[in-house]
Design a protein around this ligand. Structure first.
Ligand code: PAF
Length: 274
């Protein structure tokens, strides 16, 4: 594995390898969820590039940019074992200039749910993903379904900007009790971990209702809120289609049910695709 920190070194490293590129963008603090993306990308591509970059433009004022977990040594080990070909770990200066041209998230889809709570977050996310996709020259790029709104917005960006990369959605990875893996789970103590399970339990109860024939969104959301009472704050419970338009009733094969809430320090999100 070659580790590169500059754009020039990335281009040099790419010159030295031949074949179709699979790319996994990350912000590091790699866990099993990232590893499953990396492993899938490894299986499906000749060359594998992973990036680790804690992108400042997607953090809002007062968010945990400085406290965001950084585990470079462990991440390098994981990438080496996963047979990554090129690990790209740029500095902020390498990625950004002052007073840049920016692309923005769509006015509705980028400002509801996660975008309502974190207004502007998706602008910064799309800006860095555009840069990273262009730099990697990937044929396929891998994104987890856990950040469902991010995934859908990246797919829209690729479509709207005619980018020649296939975005591959990857399944959510959970711990043995059902908690969706996240770099921020390290902030949960034992009691909070138990209460955090109410997110996946609420999604399970929604799935059961749908399987039993209940499709009305309001009825399903009401039941989910009861299960979510164990969180400290419920931020949202939403039922949307695969383009993130709210649905009055579940459409099998075209629905995402999402929850977000605070348990202890971290905000947690989870979802299920139905
Ligand atoms: O999902 C993430 O880790 C980040 O939003 C991403 C896609 C690496 C962009 O910074």
């Amino acid at each position: 594995m070659v580790i590169v920190h500059t754009i020039e070194a990335l281009y040099e490293a790419k010159k030295a390898v031949v074949g179709s590129v699979g790319f996994v963008p990350t912000m590091g603090a790699l866990h099993q969820g990232h590893l499953s993306l990396i492993q899938q990308a490894r299986r499906e591509n000749e060359i594998l590039i992973v990036s680790i970059f804690v992108n400042p433009t997607q953090f809002l004022e007062g968010e945990d940019l400085d406290a965001y977990p950084r585990k470079d040594e462990a991440d390098i080990q994981i990438c080496t074992l996963a047979k990554v070909d090129i690990l790209f770990m740029p500095s902020i200066e390498a990625m950004y200039e002052k007073d840049e041209l920016c692309i923005g998230a769509p006015a509705i889809g980028g400002y509801i749910l996660e975008g309502a709570k974190r207004a502007g977050h998706f602008d910064g996310m799309l800006q860095i993903v555009m840069k990273l996709l262009n730099l990697s020259g990937a044929k396929r790029a891998y994104f987890g379904k856990k950040d469902a709104q991010q995934l859908v917005l990246v797919m829209q960006m690729v479509k709207h900007y005619f980018m020649e990369v296939e975005i591959v959605p990857c399944e959510i990875v959970r711990d043995s009790l059902g908690l969706a893996l996240s770099s921020r789970n390290i902030y949960l103590n034992e009691d909070e971990k138990k209460r955090a399970l109410s997110l996946s339990k609420a999604l399970k109860s929604a799935t059961k209702m749908v399987m039993a024939g209940e499709l009305e969104s309001e009825t399903i959301k009401k039941e989910m809120r009861l299960v979510l009472a164990q969180t400290d704050t419920i931020e949202y419970v939403a039922i949307v289609n695969r383009a993130f338009k709210p649905l009055e009733s579940v459409e099998i094969g075209n629905t995402i049910i999402l929850v977000a809430g605070q348990v202890g320090l971290p905000r947690l999100i989870d979802n299920i695709w139905i």
